[in-house]
Design a protein around this ligand. Structure first.
Ligand SMILES: Cc1ncc(COP(=O)(O)O)c(C=O)c1O
Ligand SMILES: [Zn+2]
Length: 401
């Protein structure tokens, strides 16, 4: 075996501090049922020689392999993911004095940031001997699981809401996954998937219910640091929030950088959600410890239709510790932002990613983003699977209803 040099030590629950051995497949905390986090022996990392060695490594997220959980290179199932660009945007009329950057994950394999989590989680699953994986997904995570499972030679089953965009359903099938379409939102689909799979031996790869997708997502924060720290980290990062792993992952990266003595001040993290499915934003405004499920949710952005995110304690903690907050946008604003990003900046954004651009008006109006600040918007996926005409008709139909 060629070792990766992974410094993975163990898994730990941040709610009840239970420690779990890392070299056996693990899902949630055996004591309290919340998310487990990978812990690394950061003291063993010699920053000087490590950061020098990063310069010669390929620009995939596996460049951070010492701080990822996979121990043997042979287990790695990679499609060249990571290393996405940070693009400067033209000044937006909605926020003329704000310096805008956009981290664009639309060009990643399988078309979204979900590739980050799945390359790491599927590789680790292979290393731990798992042969069959399943995931309930709004679309992108299912496509990514299907692709990486194909790459790793592992069986995958993907549970999708019936209303998932067709190109995503077809892509998951094309990669050889079993695709099961079910009624409802991710909440109902997730519950049904888990009860169907039961103790059948297939491993649950749902957001935050297994510990290693988060490790892949944390590379969003590591890349932002590597790309921007020399000129100064952004003041704020605006992120489209569904299951919340992106926020929790970036926060974990910034915590690791802080422990390593490399980061003094974290960027403020802002969670953007659609007005009719905003459980995280509501919990932030109400100062609640956890999210309560959102009744009758709806939005045109499939990845943000998550009415009851799991382990929401961790999402709220990430936003609060960074001194950020929550903001909502309407579906009409999201579609307008898809158009604006395309015309003004040549960027193909998913509705989820465009939601960050749509939130600028409110962030500036409420004084949460100030003149002269540098703000990084996270585009989590490509706009290509979406028809702008269909998105506009969906907005018109819901306005008429
Ligand atoms: C394109 C896109 N953006 C954002 C999200 C939400 O991601 P997170 O779980 O990190 O909040 C999803 C989830 O499905 C997605 O597909
Ligand atoms: Zn626990």
């Amino acid at each position: 075996m060629t070792g990766t040099g992974s410094l993975l030590s163990h898994l730990e629950c941040r709610s009840c501090c239970t420690r779990v051995e890392a070299d056996r497949a693990a899902g949630v905390c055996p004591t309290c049922g919340l998310a487990l986090f990978a812990v690394y022996r950061l003291d063993d990392l010699d920053w000087g020689s490590w950061s020098a060695s990063l310069r010669d490594r390929p620009r995939t997220l596996w460049r951070y392999r010492e701080l990822l959980p996979v121990r043997g290179s042979e287990a790695i199932a990679s499609l060249g993911e990571g290393g996405s660009p940070v693009l400067p945007l033209t000044a937006a009329p909605e926020a003329p004095d704000v310096r805008l950057l956009l981290k664009d994950d639309g060009g990643l394999p399988t078309g979204s940031f979900k590739a980050r989590g799945m390359t790491v989680a599927v590789s680790r699953a292979r290393e731990l001997g798992l042969r069959s994986l399943f995931v309930p997904s709004a679309g992108n995570a299912g496509v990514a699981l299907a692709a990486y499972a194909a790459r790793a030679g592992i069986n995958a089953t993907v549970y999708l809401p019936e209303r998932t965009p067709r190109p995503m359903k077809e892509a998951a099938r094309l990669y050889g996954a079993t695709v099961v379409e079910l009624p409802g939102t991710l909440r109902e689909v997730g519950a049904s998937a888990r009860s169907r799979e039961g103790a059948g031996g297939s491993f649950d790869m749902s957001t935050l219910r297994e510990p290693y997708r988060l490790e892949g997502k944390k590379t969003m924060g590591w890349e932002i640091f590597e790309q921007l720290a020399a000129e100064g980290m952004p003041d704020a990062i605006v992120y489209p929030t569904g299951g919340g792993t992106g926020l929790v992952g970036m926060h974990k990266a910034f915590q690791e950088l802080r422990s390593l003595g490399r980061l003094e001040r974290m960027p403020r993290l802002y969670a953007v959600q659609p007005e009719h499915c905003a459980p995280v934003v509501r919990a932030l405004h109400e100062d609640a410890a956890r999210v309560t499920p959102w009744d009758d949710p709806s939005t045109i952005a499939p990845g943000l239709l998550v009415p009851a995110p799991f382990s929401s304690e961790r999402i709220l903690e990430a936003v609060r510790e960074s001194k950020g907050g929550g903001v909502t946008v309407t579906d009409a604003e999201i579609v307008g932002a898809v158009r604006d990003l395309a015309r003004r900046d040549g960027v193909s954004a998913s509705p989820e990613g465009a939601a960050t651009y749509a939130s600028l008006r409110a962030l500036v109006r409420d004084g949460r983003v100030r003149s002269g600040e540098r703000v990084l918007l996270y585009n989590t996926g490509s706009g290509l699977p979406f028809s702008i005409t269909e998105l506009e008709s969906a907005v018109a139909a819901s306005a008429a209803a």
